[in-house]
Design a protein around this ligand. Structure first.
Ligand code: YXS
Length: 266
């Protein structure tokens, strides 16, 4: 790219009063969570916190068919490295949302895929249009999801629903998600923005210190799952078998070659 071309921003942040809104804006790649997009999201959340924003709305452009297609597959490492390690940008984004002092409201239209599902489930509230769907897709690519990510799903959904979502990798509808309590509200698309704004304003009117401390308490309690070093090492050993497998390489290859993967179980 020559120096005259300015890179289009991947997110559009704005602050209105005490409410910050972030629009994820890379439709050409279906808002795939690339390293660049994730860095911009984290930087915006940090800037909002510094400005004392009291509620955050995380959204895509109005009317999108795909809210986010998940982790940018081209950023997933191959060749025997953990694709979802502590320093993976997706893990950093989930932690940034959980540690943001202001409640983060995910406002959803269209499909939410893979790691984007964990990002949305890590948000404090989810308000979705009927067009929203949620798909957890590691099994589609042969990815070994990580422990804290699985805990995000377990904290968001009943165990049998987690199992159905991770084993089938099929989307569930907003209507079903609302019925299961996975999302807070399903709202007609025409009312989605105003409804979400009203919820954000009701949060912003309350005591921010009280809210931020209750949010942190809930984060700590939700993550309070004792796992012995022995068990953690066993999980990491099992995950390593997956990320070193031929199936993981095949999953990445098939995606890039735009074909269905053929998994061998090796
Ligand atoms: O061919 P071009 O260059 O125009 O690019 C295409 C796609 O390659 C690209 N794209 C992505 N690039 C990187 N990472 C992605 N996740 C990704 N998704 C899409 O965007 C351009 C348009 O895509 P296309 O033609 O497929 O759009 P569509 O409207 O026909 O279909 C939209 C989707 C979302 C249904 C389709 O793009 C799709 O199925 N995307 C992959 C969804 C997915 O499996 N995401 C999981 C990514 S891996 C992840 O999140 C975690 C690591 S895990 O696997 O553990 O959950």
């Amino acid at each position: 790219m020559d120096d005259l071309q300015v890179e289009k921003p991947l997110v559009s942040p704005r602050i209105d009063g005490q409410i910050g809104t972030i629009v994820i804006d890379n439709p050409e790649k279906r808002n795939a969570l690339s390293h660049g997009l994730i860095e911009a999201l984290i930087a915006t959340l940090e800037a909002f916190a510094a400005e004392g924003v009291r509620a955050v709305i995380l959204r895509a452009r109005p009317g999108v068919k795909v809210w986010s297609s998940g982790h940018d597959v081209y950023d997933l490492p191959s060749g025997g490295r953990d694709p979802l390690g502590w320093d993976d940008p997706l893990r950093e984004l989930v932690r940034a949302i959980e540690e943001c002092p202001a409640p983060v409201i995910a406002m959803i239209e269209g499909g939410v895929w893979g790691g984007a599902c964990e990002v949305v489930f890590a948000c404090d509230l989810i308000i979705a249009a009927p067009s929203a769907t949620f798909a957890v897709t590691p099994a589609k690519l042969g990815v070994p999801y990580n422990v804290s990510g699985m805990l995000t799903f377990m904290n968001a959904c009943p165990m049998r629903i987690v199992k159905e979502m991770v084993f089938t990798a099929k989307p569930i509808s907003a209507q079903r998600a609302e019925g299961l309590g996975i999302i807070n509200h399903m709202v007609p698309s025409r009312d989605l923005e105003a409804f979400t704004q009203t919820v954000a304003e009701s949060i912003a009117l309350n005591a921010p210190l009280s809210i931020s401390v209750m949010k942190e308490q809930l984060r700590m309690l939700a993550g309070a799952h004792p796992m012995s070093p022995r068990r953690f090492e066993r999980v990491q050993g099992l995950r390593r078998i997956v990320w070193e497998s031929e199936d993981y390489e095949e999953g990445l290859r098939a995606f890039k070659q735009k074909r269905k993967p053929r998994f061998s179980g090796r």
